[in-house]
Design a protein around this ligand. Sequence first.
Ligand code: ADP
Length: 502
Amino acid sequence: MLLQHFKNVDLALVPAKSFMHIIHIASELAPIAKAGGLADVVYGLCQETLKLKYTTGVILPKYDCIDYKQLSDLKVEQKDIWILAGSNRYNNTIWSANLGKVKIFLIESDHPERLYNRGVIYGCSDDIDRFIYFSCVAMQFLLQLEKQPDILHLHDWHTSLIALLCQKNNCKLKSVLTIHNLAHQGTCSISTLFKLGKDLLKDLDFSDSLNLLETGIIYADCVAIVSPNYQKEIQTPEGGCGLDGVLREYQKKLVSILNGIDQDYWNPTKDPYLKRNYPINELESVLKAKLENKYYLQKHLFLTQENVPLISCITRLVPQKGPDLIEYGMIRTLELGGQFVLRGSVSKSNNHIEEQFASLQEKYRNDNRIAILLINDEKLAHLIFAASDLFIIPSLFEPCGLTQMIAMRYGTIPIARMTGGLVDTVFDIDTSNKPFEKRNGFTFAFADQQGVNWALERAITCYKNHKKWQQIIKAGLNYDSSWKKSTKQYLCIYEELLTLKT
Ligand code: ADP
């Protein structure tokens, strides 16, 4: 069976098909349309496959909030993609553009609800409708192409319906679905589906409702999970968000591929947003430059300019990320003599968390040991990664997590809760059974205050132990978070799918 075979493959020996055309269909793409890690993953994977000379493109909604300045050669690619939605027919236009070397296709719709002109990627009450419609137009576009791609790569519930659409429309394309976060599934009624893409969805034999992510798991040819540990967790009733049964049933097509980060984009040597760049192979220069970045950030954020442990957190402020533990970590850091910088993005759907942090922001407004920033600013995130000593991730669950890898790339030590992909990437300096030179952080097992406190106290104490401290930084800098290995794994899957008979 496909993935049984895959597990025994020596990646270095996988013969490269001379030509393969891969199309990603996704709701996000860094850096032009980013809400979180999904955007980074699609971008990083495209960049790496392009380096290996495969043709790669991405289909996205033509959001009004895309950063269009970063695109070149924006033009209409195809007009008159019609979708029968309910009893109405709506026209759609496909635009094409280049994002560096990545070819992108943007779907613009004449749908009267102005589906992608809301100033946001997510957070609308009709998000499910918006992405079902997007999936239908993307499918229609693919069906009309003269030359179809070899592989469709789908991401999360937003585009997982396409695996089913392929089947129902006799499209022989092979599909890979990557699950970035099982907690979001997109459930809708069948009448909603018909309202959005009737002609593509004929002959559906579902009863009255449909779980989009589950549909993707059932119909995609391969389902990739973003870390080995998360793959195990989601097949249990505790971690399966109601889909553990289906995942166990389709176990044979599951494969875990650990995410990487784009090391060109996250690169302290040439990052344009730092005060001082640094080569990562010279520890002394790293330490010196980090201190200069720290003083600069402190000044910029009106914090006291002093060399105390600076702990940061850059995250979406949603229940998954443990907002109460972030708050506790902030307060405890101050008690232990450190400083804290939080860059949190809030969304309309989590009003109570927004209020919680808005009131903390107010409370600490004049405290020059803490900065709480609830605005979205990618550039500042780069400087924070470089300037911090420690980076805290107290997630309740974390499919893979990218921020721990970005932090390590900038010589910043992660403090992470042992869940999902954090288990696969962060190894505790005191308790891990990894060789000493691979131990790159501080971890804690349970998502509670005791856990945070235990890790935080050890980290802040260690700050004064230069030898041990530098050893941890070095292990982080040496951690291989590149996309190289994971891209080969994806390519290996693509290759295998293409050799399978339908
Ligand atoms: P998730 O996808 O669950 O948000 P990840 O750790 O996989 O978490 O990826 C988060 C990505 O989004 C990282 O690139 C991180 O820097 C970025 N990010 C998250 N929140 C913010 C924020 N408030 N401001 C800037 N970047 C953010």
